[in-house]
Design a protein around this ligand. Structure first.
Ligand SMILES: Cc1cc2nc3c(=O)[nH]c(=O)nc-3n(C[C@H](O)[C@H](O)[C@H](O)COP(=O)(O)O)c2cc1C
Length: 229
């Protein structure tokens, strides 16, 4: 099993720790992790070069390392501290730089068979909206199995999280790992409907570029082919 962790922070606080605890529940897993902004210190410039050719993104080399790992993983674990009720800027920037992976542009076949867990901690409020920032991208990338873990830890770091809460989180992590191991991935009706709408758009030349239509054609998705089994 291959697990890719994408952390929306450079430091190893509560969000990181919970993500790492979950990854380590899978014995023998090949774990790769990335820290943002350390591994991608850029914001999307809005140049749209990627629409014609993804390799023309000025930050292609850095983001490719992360996205190749994400594409090749069986399980994705995204972690972010809640900052101002949302995901961190580093995480948001990475998601912006991966926008061509959305179904509306060039979805990746591999995404439609993946499992993902999104983890966020806050002092008090906001994990729901921080998690949603990430979930929106994963859904539109085509990831069919997305689970969430949000905690109000009332702390600035993992060391000062109350022991009782650490114990509860530990149990939740155990349960989540078992759930992930024991469940199959099914592409849901919402994903299928969104894919069909994007397919219709591409077939009617309403995509962002003729290059996108070519991509859909090459994958056989304008005919009967679909990215799921
Ligand atoms: C810039 C910044 C913004 C924050 N915004 C919120 C917030 O909107 N809601 C909240 O409850 N806590 C907020 N916090 C507190 C963190 O979300 C909280 O300490 C979290 O557990 C940190 O996670 P980490 O240990 O993974 O860094 C903020 C902290 C910082 C530094």
């Amino acid at each position: 099993m291959k697990i890719t962790l994408v952390h929306g922070q450079n430091h190893k606080g509560s969000s990181y720790t919970i993500g790492r605890m979950l990854a380590e529940k899978f014995d023998g897993a090949d774990i790769e992790e990335f820290f943002l902004p350390r591994d991608l210190e850029h914001f999307c410039l809005g140049c749209y070069s990627c629409i014609e050719d993804e390799s023309r993104c000025p930050f292609y080399a850095e983001k490719k390392k992360i996205l190749d790992s994400v594409t090749g993983a069986d399980l994705l674990i995204f972690t972010t501290p809640t900052y101002c009720m949302h995901a961190s800027a580093g995480m948001k920037s990475f998601l912006d730089l991966a926008f061509t992976y959305w179904m509306v542009h060039r979805p990746r076949r591999e995404m439609f068979s993946k499992k993902a867990v999104i983890i966020s901690t806050a002092s008090g409020a906001g994990t729901g909206s921080a998690i949603k920032d990430i979930k929106d991208s994963l859904f539109w990338w085509g990831v069919p199995y997305i689970r969430k873990m949000g905690y109000a830890v009332h702390a600035m770091n993992w060391e000062t999280v109350a022991p009782a809460q650490k114990e509860k989180i530990g149990k939740d992590v155990d349960r989540m790992a078992k759930k992930i191991s024991g469940s199959n991935v099914h592409v849901g009706i919402k994903t299928k409907a969104c894919f069909s709408a994007m397919r219709l758009m591409q077939s009617k030349d309403m995509g962002s570029s003729p290059k996108e239509k070519e991509y859909w054609q090459e994958n056989g998705w304008l005919g009967k082919g679909r990215p799921w089994k």
